[in-house]
Ligand binder design. Structure first.
Ligand SMILES: *[C@@H]1O[C@H](CO)[C@@H](O)[C@H](O)[C@H]1NC(C)=O
Ligand SMILES: *[C@@H]1O[C@H](CO)[C@@H](O)[C@H](O)[C@H]1NC(C)=O
Ligand SMILES: *[C@@H]1O[C@H](CO)[C@@H](O)[C@H](O)[C@H]1NC(C)=O
Ligand SMILES: *[C@@H]1O[C@H](CO)[C@@H](O)[C@H](O)[C@H]1NC(C)=O
Ligand SMILES: *[C@@H]1O[C@H](CO)[C@@H](O)[C@H](O)[C@H]1NC(C)=O
Ligand SMILES: *[C@@H]1O[C@H](CO)[C@@H](O)[C@H](O)[C@H]1NC(C)=O
Ligand SMILES: *[C@@H]1O[C@H](CO)[C@@H](O)[C@H](O)[C@H]1NC(C)=O
Ligand SMILES: *[C@@H]1O[C@H](CO)[C@@H](O)[C@H](O)[C@H]1NC(C)=O
Length: 298
């Protein structure tokens, strides 16, 4: 599966290289210089013990031929950076904000650290940003809301911290928010809104507190909600499936919820997994109607 995926990506990259290389040779224009300078700044900010990037990212060839770089066929501009699983370390330099055609940034499973530069807010075409499995730190940037094309955001397993209150709103196109295994605090305030396309919301293993906000139950596209191991409290609304008709997985274990398990939860037609175990202050959850649910942990 993984191999097939990588072959597919490699084929895709080769396709782009093949269709773009002819004009790349003559393309000595300003725009490509901007991309080149941005990637040279990135190269200088990367520590690569295997020395793949220092040798491969050579100015004697177009950036579109560099490992991990995909250019778009029409403009020959940098469209995607994929440096995942490369065993590299370093930081994200502000110059990356100059890659105005960038659609995807993936540096998953390396040892990147530091703060995300504000300049990334200029990446108006960015659809996915995957930083999972690194050591980035700082707050969830407020400028993320400026990235109106963003669909997929994964900051999973990093050192991010600070309050999430008011930070999760106005992501018009966002479908996935994955913030698990960080140090986020605060409550999910009512500002958790204007996320009309959100399907997956994962903030497990953080330090969130307070009740689930009413606004959460307005996000009717939600399929998976994972808040395992925080300090959330309060009650689950009785008509949860009316509010979240697409719900497939609800993970709330290791918190401080109380009250009855809403009897209507068994009527959630798509709900496959429900975990409610280990509610710290009380074990007040009472078994409700769970006939349709495949996996549940109380
Ligand atoms: C640079 O990019 C802009 C925006 O896409 C485009 O309008 C312009 O023609 C490009 N310039 C060159 C020299 O390729
Ligand atoms: C860089 O890596 C790409 C992809 O593996 C390869 O096609 C290219 O020849 C390499 N370039 C250099 C200068 O090593
Ligand atoms: C690129 O980004 C840097 C830092 O954000 C900035 O100083 C520079 O003027 C930008 N523009 C170009 C064309 O490199
Ligand atoms: C979200 O958008 C609304 C309406 O455009 C605006 O009033 C509000 O300040 C925005 N919130 C954030 C956090 O950007
Ligand atoms: C959520 O946090 C904010 C800021 O810390 C606070 O003003 C507000 O009262 C909290 N709301 C709830 C419901 O706990
Ligand atoms: C829920 O959505 C409705 C309709 O879009 C809106 O009027 C209401 O204010 C929202 N409620 C919350 C708590 O966000
Ligand atoms: C919950 O997370 C804390 C750190 O945030 C960790 O120490 C604890 O072991 C976790 N609990 C479980 C049950 O995994
Ligand atoms: C439900 O749990 C199973 C087993 O852990 C998992 O494979 C599946 O992806 C989960 N489904 C959802 C919708 O979370």
């Amino acid at each position: 599966m993984q191999t097939t995926y990588f072959l597919f990506v490699a084929a895709l990259a080769l396709h782009f290289i093949a269709t773009s290389s002819a004009s790349i040779i003559v393309a000595n224009n300003q725009n490509n210089t901007v991309d080149l300078n941005a990637l040279l700044a990135f190269k200088a900010a990367i520590f690569d013990p295997l020395r793949i990037i220092p040798t491969n990212w050579s100015t004697s060839t177009s950036v579109c031929n560099w490992i991990g770089i995909t250019c778009n066929a029409r403009h020959h501009r940098v469209a995607a950076i994929d440096l995942s699983y490369m065993g590299i370390a370093g930081t994200i330099p502000p110059q990356l904000g100059n890659l105005s055609f960038l659609v995807g940034l993936n540096v998953a499973k390396n040892s990147f650290h530091g703060h995300l530069p504000t300049e990334l807010s200029r990446l108006r075409r960015l659809k996915y940003i995957i930083l999972e499995g690194n050591a980035f730190e700082g707050e969830l940037p407020s400028w993320l809301g400026a990235l109106t094309a963003l669909r997929y955001l994964s900051f999973w397993d990093n050192g991010f911290s600070g309050s999430l209150s008011g930070r999760l709103s106005n992501f018009t196109n966002l479908e996935t928010i994955s913030l698990g295994f960080n140090f986020f605090t605060g409550n999910l305030s009512e500002e958790l809104s204007a996320l009309p396309k959100l399907k997956l919301l994962e903030i497990q293993y953080n330090q969130l507190a307070g009740p689930l906000p009413q606004a959460l139950f307005n996000l009717s596209s939600l399929q998976i909600v994972a808040f395992t191991n925080n300090s959330l409290s309060g009650y689950l609304p009785a008509r949860i499936c009316d509010y979240l008709p697409q719900l497939q997985g609800l993970y709330l274990s290791w918190n401080y919820f109380e009250g009855e398990i809403p009897s209507g939860i068994g009527e959630c037609s798509g709900l496959q997994n429900l975990s409610l175990s280990h509610q710290g202050r009380s074990q007040k959850f009472i078994f409700g109607g769970l006939k349709c649910i495949k996996n549940f942990f109380l």
